[in-house]
Write a protein that binds this ligand. Structure first.
Ligand SMILES: [Zn+2]
Length: 460
């Protein structure tokens, strides 16, 4: 297993701290609005990585924070004239709903910033004690000159450090190498907590250091996020954690590139973003969205368009039709060695591609090559062969997660019910009614097949 580590800017062999176990921290949402699908590209890549490690047999402990207090959440609550909690809870609920819709595995813990204020205060106190932080006008700042390694993750040359004035904002650009705020002096109208250094609230960066440490310890395996988290957020997390704990914070940093729309960065500030709800309202299948968002390599920009979403839909249909055909095989006979050999070769290729810096194009290629090889042999397969192939597809899907929602459940049940009505109409010689049902299904993209074993259906 090897992948690109942002910290060293090289593809490295992965070695876990504790055998067979992985501590994984991923930066979660700031709950002041609905995330756009660019945010979900990162969350889905993180999900793909986690699922692959589980597929390889690792026990993964996954922590994803919820930032429910920062500059943006407070601004939103003030605008809405509502208590902070009322605003953030709405977006937290929506976020969990989206995760389910997109078939993203739940994290083990979703710590909320507002529920970990004492841990943040203790961490800031340690940084003050050790001389890495200082107080000014009731706020506490981290002194970046005290940390020699500052700038390593974002690849900022130490010599180029030109210090600006200490900054109070949670978000700022790479040109601003500044002491950043750990604790913000209380402002009128903002929520605040008592602390030894005065009433106030935490800065955004200290939240992730305090919460990752609490649930994963001071030193853990993998930290992930979007590339826009690298600076200043992750750079600052490293500074805070390593200075407080006197040891290395994280071994591997993985960052997912942006999703762009029409070759522009998708962001709330540019106003060209689609939320998941927007895309679903246009009638797209959530699994097609998932397929599209995982199907490009994570270190490349992904250019989103509704045409590419349509293509993802077609790729999914090919897999679903393949599964449909396999499920209808009833021929007797034993499972054959030829099929077992095809599966072994395919799984080997899939695993090798994924283990090589999460080469998803190669891995999906291995899946479609397999479909291509099995399709011409379909007529000669036994039901037992089909079962072995279906079990293999389920294993691949434990990594990809693109098949769960459509193959069974209400859609299929609805189609079966219509077929039964049509059969009844035919028996009653109501051919007009039977034809109407067939056309209705055709409009849904469902084709009926009269077989010796009764009427079967497939997608166009
Ligand atoms: Zn974070």
């Amino acid at each position: 297993m090897r992948f690109y580590n942002t910290l060293t800017r090289t593809v490295e062999e992965f070695k876990e701290i504790e055998k067979g176990r992985i501590g994984l921290y991923t930066c979660g949402p700031t709950v002041y609005d609905y995330p756009h699908i660019g945010n979900y590209r990162s969350y889905m890549f993180e999900d793909l990585v986690k699922r692959f490690f589980i597929f390889l047999g690792y026990k993964v402990t996954h922590v994803m924070n919820i930032t429910d207090i920062d500059d943006k959440t407070i601004r939103k609550a003030i605008e809405a004239g509502l208590p902070l909690n009322d605003v953030t809870q709405r977006y937290i609920d929506a976020f969990h709903g989206d995760l389910r819709t997109l078939n993203i595995l739940a994290a083990d813990v979703y710590p909320r910033a507002t529920e970990h204020i004492p841990e943040m205060i203790a961490l800031i106190a340690t940084l003050l004690e050790k001389g890495f932080a200082y107080e000014k006008d009731g706020s506490v700042y981290f002194s970046i000159q005290r940390f020699r390694e500052y700038g390593r993750l974002a690849n900022i040359e130490a010599g180029s450090l030109k210090l600006g004035a200490a900054v109070d904002l949670d978000e700022y650009d790479k040109e601003s190498l500044q002491d950043f705020v750990l604790w913000k002096n209380n402002k009128a109208g903002e929520p605040s907590w008592p602390a030894p250094f005065g009433n106030g609230r935490p800065g955004w960066h200290i939240e992730c250091s305090a919460m990752s440490m609490k649930y994963l310890g001071p030193h853990f395996d993998i930290h992930m996020g979007g590339v826009d988290n690298i600076f200043p957020h992750h750079e600052n997390e490293i500074a805070q954690s390593e200075c407080a704990n006197g040891q290395k914070f994280v071994n591997y940093w993985l960052h997912c590139q942006h999703l762009i729309v029409d070759n522009k960065k998708m962001s709330k500030s540019l106003g060209n973003f689609h939320t998941l709800g927007d895309v679903l309202q246009r009638g797209f299948d959530p699994m097609a969205i998932r397929y599209l968002l995982i199907s490009s390599h994570y270190r490349k920009l992904l250019n989103f368009s509704f045409d590419s979403l349509e293509m993802a839909n077609q790729a999914l249909s090919r897999i679903r039709n393949f599964i449909f055909t396999l499920r209808n095989i009833q021929a007797p006979g034993e499972a054959t060695k030829a099929v077992a050999a095809l599966i072994a070769a395919s799984q080997d290729a899939f695993t090798k591609y994924m283990a090589d810096d999460f080469n998803i194009s190669g891995a999906l290629g291995a899946l479609f090559d397999f479909i291509h090889e099995v399709n011409p042999r379909m007529a000669g397969l036994s039901q037992k062969d089909a079962a072995v192939i279906l079990a293999y597809l389920e294993r691949l899907n434990s990594v990809l997660g693109v098949l769960e929602q459509h193959d069974s459940g209400s859609v299929a049940a609805d189609i079966e019910a219509k077929i039964a009505h049509r059969e009844k109409a035919r028996k009653e010689k109501d051919f007009a009614r039977a034809d109407a049902i067939r056309s209705e299904l055709k409009a849904q993209g469902i084709i009926l097949l009269d077989t010796p074993n009764g009427v079967k259906w497939k997608k166009e």
